[in-house]
Each structure stands twice: as C-alpha cells, then as structure tokens.
Design a protein around this ligand. Structure first.
Ligand SMILES: [Zn+2]
Length: 351
C-alpha cells in the first residue's frame, strides 16, 4: 500500500487543529545516498511541501547503510568508540544515533502500549526491581535503574534512571572529589522513590481501572507504600527476600534475567568495565533501545524463535524487523496523561 500522510508536519496550530488534512502529490525525487524513490506532497492549507521521508526515522540521516549496523552495535555490548572504529564513522555519529534511536524507541513503545489500551486485561503478575550502576564514578555517582517487567511475557514495560547518593565509606581522595562535586552540583540525593513511583504510574495507566493487580518485588519498604497509594484494596503484593538464590525457581526470575541480559547487551552496564556511563541521560536512551529490541525484535527465548515478548504481552501482532522498528517516526507521548488529550491519533506504529 502506498504511503499516505495523515497530518501536516509543519506543526503550526492552524494545521494541527484543522479537522481535515488535505494534501496534493507534488512529484518524486530519487535519494542520492541510496537511490530510493521518494514521493513529495504539499499541504493545501499552509502550502508547505514535504515527502514520505519527512515521516521516517532516517529523515536527514546521511549514511543509511550504517544505520542498521550502528543499531546492532548498541545492543551487542560494543562500546561507542569501538563501533566508530568498526564502521569507519565518528564517535559523535554513534552518540547521536544513541539519542535518536533511544527517543524513538521509547515513543514507539509508548505508542504500542497506547494502542493496546488499558481495557484489555493482562495475564499474570508484574515484577519490579532496581539495578544499580553509576555515571562517571562508581562510588561518587551511583545510579538506580528501576525496571518494570510483565512476568509471563518478559516484556520490559518501563525503565528509567535516577540518582543515588555517594556510596560510603569514601577514601580521602574521593572525599576531596566529593567536596568539589557538591560545590558544583549540590548534594546528591536519592531519586529512587520518585523513579519507582514513575514505574507504578505507568502500571496504573496500563491496567484496568477495576480488579486485582498482582505485583511482586523484593522487601524494600517504599514499594509497598507506593503500590498501596495507587491500587489500595486491589493490590496483590508478594515479596521475595533479595538473598534468595537467583535461579530459575526464584519468583523474581523474569526481572533478574532481564537485568542479566541488560548487563550482557549494553556495554555500559557490564561489570568492571572501561565503558561505564558518563551521563545518566544517555544511559536512559541506551536502555530504551535495548528494551524496544528485546520486546519487539528478539525472540522471547532461544527455544521460541517465532515469538516476541510483545506478542505474548499483546502489544504487537507479529515479530518486527529492526528496519520496521526504525521506520516511521512516532510523535512523543507520555503514558501518564495521553488518554484523553490527543483526539487526532497518529498512524498505527505496526500496520
Ligand atoms: Zn500544513
């Protein structure tokens, strides 16, 4: 089927609020970088011209042949410097793609969650746990990465990154560095509670408004309080001591396994690595790239090669290719507040 634009990309309030979007075809052109033929259009209201390419993730990216390979480096434990050496491109290009793809993958996932809707019930329970890592300095700038996983499907529903206070005791040299750091950035306080609350907000948004919600976590006290605030009587909360052996029989296996996969797939999360994160924002983009690949592209397990986590969770009707995941831009939305605000729904992410 031929591509048909559903909105004007000019973003002016007049075009955005206009009830009927009308356009005209305005010839074609051939892209110099890959020879692909592209249809041009013109908006009948604002007269702005645009093309099929305007709506694609690789809009204005000049080396299309590299895109797939940069993406696969980012999910294959290759550091950004090594990817740049392998692909004969600059380190800046890899860093920019980390941002572009990270933001896109997050928007894509949120769109899929939105399309699934909260009225459809979820089978099984949800697991939440926090992975610990750091930015720049392991002792002075630790980070927490709360991840919400749907147990039967291993689907990563939400992941975020928050600051943690310095890990004490500190050496004399580190104490001096900490004093300088606090002068520059202020005291580093824990964001664990707010970031975990974000995960539970998402859980509240994606589940039905009535009926029980089953969640399993470890024994950290804040989880119980935050969950009770949101679900009250509907909450079925079970807790597992974090000292229980982390085998397949551990009730938190799905989330422990997700952490193990993240540590194996993301160069910056590998233990005792030279490639640790420098900035937490970039870690968050990188996490979303991995989450989207894990949910929509990678088979759920090696024994089930034709099924993805998103298919089991009811988020996608079929397995996607990386090229499909990275095909169409998705307007950014937040699962907390999108329910009623956006009457003009964007085109389906997976046709
Ligand atoms: Zn327009």
């Amino acid at each position: 089927m031929k591509f048909q634009p559903t909105r004007c990309p000019c973003k002016s309030p007049e075009c955005d609020s206009s009830p009927s979007f009308q356009y005209q075809r305005r010839g074609r052109f051939r892209r110099a970088c890959d020879g692909r033929e592209v249809q041009r259009f013109q908006c009948k209201r604002c007269k702005r011209t645009f093309s099929t390419q305007t709506f694609r993730v690789d809009y204005r990216l000049r080396q299309p042949a590299l895109e797939r390979r940069v993406f696969s480096s980012l999910i294959s434990k290759v550091t950004q410097r090594q990817a740049a050496r392998d692909l004969h491109c600059s380190r800046g290009l890899v860093a920019r793609r980390n941002k572009t793809y990270g933001m896109h993958c997050r928007a894509f996932h949120e769109q899929m969650i939105f399309e699934r809707g909260s009225s459809l019930s979820w089978s099984g329970c949800f697991l939440l746990d926090e992975l610990e890592t750091y930015e720049h300095n392991r002792r002075l700038k630790p980070l927490t990465v709360p991840v919400l996983v749907h147990k039967p499907s291993y689907c990563i529903l939400y992941a975020t990154v928050g600051k943690l206070p310095p890990r004490r005791p500190l050496s004399k040299a580190n104490l001096r560095k900490l004093a300088a750091l606090e002068r520059a950035e202020g005291t580093r306080r824990s964001e664990s509670r707010t970031k975990v609350a974000e995960c539970f907000d998402v859980l509240e948004a994606i589940t039905q408004k009535s009926g029980a919600v089953a969640v399993r976590t470890d024994e950290k006290h804040t989880y119980r309080a935050l969950l009770q605030e949101r679900f009250g009587e509907r909450l079925l909360h079970s807790r597992t001591n974090s000292k229980v052996r982390r085998t397949f029989r551990n009730p938190l296996f799905a989330v422990n396994h997700t952490f193990a996969m993240l540590r194996d797939g993301l160069s910056r999360l590998v233990r005792r690595t030279w490639a640790g994160s420098k900035e937490r924002e970039k870690l968050e983009w990188h996490l979303w790239i991995y989450a989207a690949w894990r949910n929509y592209v990678r088979p759920i397990t090696n024994a089930r090669p034709n099924e993805t986590a998103a298919m089991v969770a009811g988020l996608a009707p079929r397995m996607l290719e990386v090229s499909e995941l990275l095909q169409w831009k998705v307007p950014a939305r937040s699962p907390h507040n999108e329910r009623s605000q956006n009457p003009s729904r964007p085109p389906r992410a997976v046709p």
